[in-house]
Write a protein of this length. Sequence first.
Length: 178
Amino acid sequence: EDALDEANRLGVTGISGKAYETSTLEAARASTATRVIVALSSDEQTILTVLRVRELNKDCVIIASCKEESNRDLLESSGASEVVVSSSSAGRILGMAAETPDAARVVNDLLTFGDGLDINERHIKVDGEPLERGHTETAIAVIRGDRVHRPGDEDCSTLRQGDQVIYIDQAVEESEDS
């Protein structure tokens, strides 16, 4: 209840209820949402919630987290557009930290949006736009259709309308003289 009161105080709508219940999802306006993030304490609740959201809204993007890799396929077949497996992600970072601790530190920085390095995306609106804009943006991938390309791939040597550029953006701190 304290977290709900704090969210409402900050202007964020908070709803108390079971996420997989239709009445809760209707109160959260899931039927008109363009994106729904489902991150619950159990994979079973997550699967049921994704099914209910998809039942209410055929067109929204549903991003779901699950704890077990074995539930990824079930979540995708339930209607999740993207599934993040927390145990696999954490395991990869832990393994990386054991071998290359500085690289793991950078990955953790990338996962903390708004502080230091950020991963972001931009949509190409005009054929021929540049891969990178400005000195703080470093392109790491181009998405064309369902394929992910590395910068420099011949297939993506010229960007087209509809492509997406995934990039690392370095927040530039302003000096005290600015």
